[in-house]
Write a protein that binds this ligand. Structure first.
Ligand code: NAD
Ligand code: UDP
Length: 387
């Protein structure tokens, strides 16, 4: 671990204690790894699961063993939460239900998780004068203005109609019966509440809007380390199809566009926020990679090519298949058409820029997926079916 580290203004960085809620998830596991390997900070890791950070907790001889503690607790109903927030200098809240397959099928759980369960976290930070970094989502932007223009309108090519800016873009969601938007709406309301706590009660906060962060340990592979019928986010869905040698399913033709950023690049941005409070407080930050834009169909094609390279297995004759959103996600699904983050604010405040190309990040991620799951899938699929 480096000593003599300084912040962006040249001041020495003092070690702090961080209460990280949702530390056992995809982003939390990478953030814990970074904090343990490269900083002197302590982490109170709060989650109901710890499989993704087990390698950081055991054995007790690990060099950072005295800087990370796991607290198994459900923030919905555990009175220990306030004590942990009080013990820390900074709270980072990552806890959420955040897989689109849940938004329209479990809208109540989604709204409770993303709004109601986050309320005590905000309240305890505000009442105890503690800094909060809260994870929101790029989905609060919803659909682009451009998506409402006629298909052949030249304005659709004008960045003013699609680039998403923290301080200028509206949040555009579909009707209430499109329950897909339950997540975005709950996240928007908690953002507004945090912003208001800042304005009225002086809460020191930073809000992060991740734009499709992807990499190793994201979600689960159905039937291996998650439920067989579960539907994770697109990276894990497509990885699962590739591992099982099934065609990749393109929802509604795979026409939606996304920008993908490598988790390790994105974690650099979060570390800058942690260690530069004077530059990060009071801000909402887009964190994404505007250079890595693809349609979901192009993503499927690229993942197929990369997987062929890393696994040495030839790709299928029919690598993709179209499926309707109703069939795949059920009633009430809807989609964001396009997500290009404006990078002006994060650039100005923290000087952060993403580095990794989509090809490179898929290559390292699919190498991990192949190494981690290929054997387990082979075993699972070669088991005789019980008669
Ligand atoms: P994740 O599901 O891997 O991690 C969330 C973690 O929170 C899980 O480990 C879960 O067990 C924990 N958790 C949920 N409810 C809890 C509770 N009541 N008590 C204790 N722990 C609880 O998701 P992630 O991708 O790491 O996302 C983290 C945050 O970032 C979420 O708020 C999500 O909305 C936001 N986000 C992520 C992305 C992305 O690209 N990964 C995109 C947009 C927003
Ligand atoms: N998608 C798809 N096939 C899948 C899984 C997802 O075509 O097997 C699409 C989904 O409809 C959406 C995009 O991929 O347009 C990204 O989905 P993800 O679950 O990663 O979350 P989102 O970016 O919508 O929050």
């Amino acid at each position: 671990m480096a000593t003599g580290r300084v912040d962006l203004d040249g001041n020495p960085i003092k070690p702090i204690t961080i209460c990280m809620i949702g530390a056992g998830g995809f982003i939390g596991s990478h953030l814990c790894e970074k904090l343990m390997a490269e900083t002197p900070h302590k982490v109170l890791a709060v989650d109901v699961y710890y499989d993704k950070i087990k390698h950081l907790l055991e054995p007790a001889s690990l060099p950072w063993a005295d800087r990370i503690q796991f607290h198994r607790l459900n923030i919905k109903n555990d009175s220990r939460l306030e004590g942990l927030i009080r013990m820390a200098d900074l709270t980072i809240n990552l806890a959420a239900i955040c897989t689109p397959a849940d938004y329209n099928t479990r809208p109540l759980d989604t709204i409770y998780s993303n709004f109601i369960d986050a309320l005590p976290v905000v309240k305890y930070c505000s009442e105890n004068g503690k800094r909060l970094i809260h994870f929101s989502t790029c989905e609060v932007y919803g659909k682009t203005i451009g998506s409402f223009l006629p298909k052949d309108s030249p304005l659709r090519q004008d960045p003013d109609y699609y680039v998403l800016k923290e301080d200028a873009s509206p949040c555009i969601f579909g009707p209430i019966e499109k329950q897909r938007w339950s997540y975005a709406c709950a996240k928007q309301l908690i953002e507004r509440l945090i912003y208001a706590e800042g304005a009225e009660n002086g809460l020191e906060f930073t809000i992060v809007r991740p734009f499709n962060w992807i990499g190793p340990r994201m979600d689960f592979i159905p039937g291996i380390d998650g439920p067989s019928e579960g539907v994770p986010r697109v990276l894990a869905c497509f990885s699962n199809n590739l591992l099982r040698r099934e065609p990749l399913k393109l929802v509604d033709g795979g026409q939606s566009q996304r920008t993908f950023v490598y988790i390790k690049d994105a974690i650099e941005a979060v570390l800058l926020m942690i260690e530069n409070p004077a530059r990060a407080n009071g801000h909402i930050f887009n964190v994404g990679n505007p250079n890595n834009e693809v349609t979901v169909r192009q993503l499927a094609e690229m993942m197929t090519q990369v997987y062929e390279k890393v696994s040495g297995e030839p790709s299928l004759e029919t690598p993709t298949v179209d499926v309707s959103s109703k069939e795949f996600y059920g009633e009430g699904y809807d989609d964001s058409d396009k997500r290009i983050p404006d990078m002006t604010i994060i650039n100005r405040q923290l000087g952060w820029n993403p580095k990794t190309s989509l090809w490179d990040l898929l290559e390292s991620t699919l190498t991990y997926q192949h190494r981690t799951y290929a054997e387990a899938i082979k075993k699972a699929t070669s088991k005789p079916v019980a008669s």
